[in-house]
Design a protein around this ligand. Sequence first.
Ligand code: PXG
Length: 292
Amino acid sequence: MESLVYVNGNFVPRSEAKVSVFDRGYLYGDGVFEGIRGYDGRVFRLDQHLERLYRGAKAIALEVPLTPEELRDVILETVRRNALRDCYVRAVLSRGEGDLGLDPRNCHFPATVVVIADTIALYPKEVYEDGLEVIACVTRRNMPTAIDPQIKSLNYLNNILARIEVSRAGAHEGLMLNQQGYVAEATGDNVFIWREQRLMTPPAHAGLLDGITRQVVLELAEEMDLPVREEMFTLYQVYSADECFLTGTAAEIVPVSRVDGRVIGDGKPGPITKRLTARFKEVTVTEGVPVG
Ligand code: PXG
């Protein structure tokens, strides 16, 4: 059966789920989005995702026609109508349909609201056992003084350019450095290293998306009494780390086995990565908002 997609107030079959070619999301990447996961009939960290989405909308001066509570209900309803227990939800807000020209005042309709509930598998299953092959990308993370990476905007071209480098190198993922050359994040995930008995991840002001999975891992590390630092680090510190892993809603926690050909630790998921992954699995199936 075809999946149902929420488009501006209606649930329509996937093949009929369409927005105008005059939509500013399509014309200019003028909008924001979220990727959210459902586990065993519960939507994980739904309120944090909604907060980030509405903060991003505010930052780009996009007026959302639904309140966060209404959109929350729409997301849960979309999952329910598709009878999915494990899923990936994409919520997309674009400024809407209008005449050509950059000025948002050319926009005559309310913002476009789309909610898709589907499934996602970002990496092949083996990499969760064997680890990812990662490269450092030449494309830098865009500066916070341009589009702030905290805004999960529909402009992902910078990250897509980095992702093209990754595919051309035959790797699984890529690290993106900030303008100063410090490691910021991966193309669609955050990065952690375990080094000198400390867990480290770059701080949000390094110019990265403050990922919700990143926040969960920081909470779990604290709960497990692991020493944690949000601190800038260089590729040297990644190459010489004992463990490295990436985090993201789609990726979850995924071990890294090699970076630019350097084997991380013994090339297998390390004990800290494994412990965090095990705890992460527990919280994802127990703490989300029940779909009902
Ligand atoms: N950094 C970037 C640049 C991202 O886009 C993350 C980190 C992880 O954040 P969360 O909140 O998910 O822990 C993201 C997440 C997709 C897709 O296709 C989206 C992301 C990652 C991978 C795939 O929807 N964004």
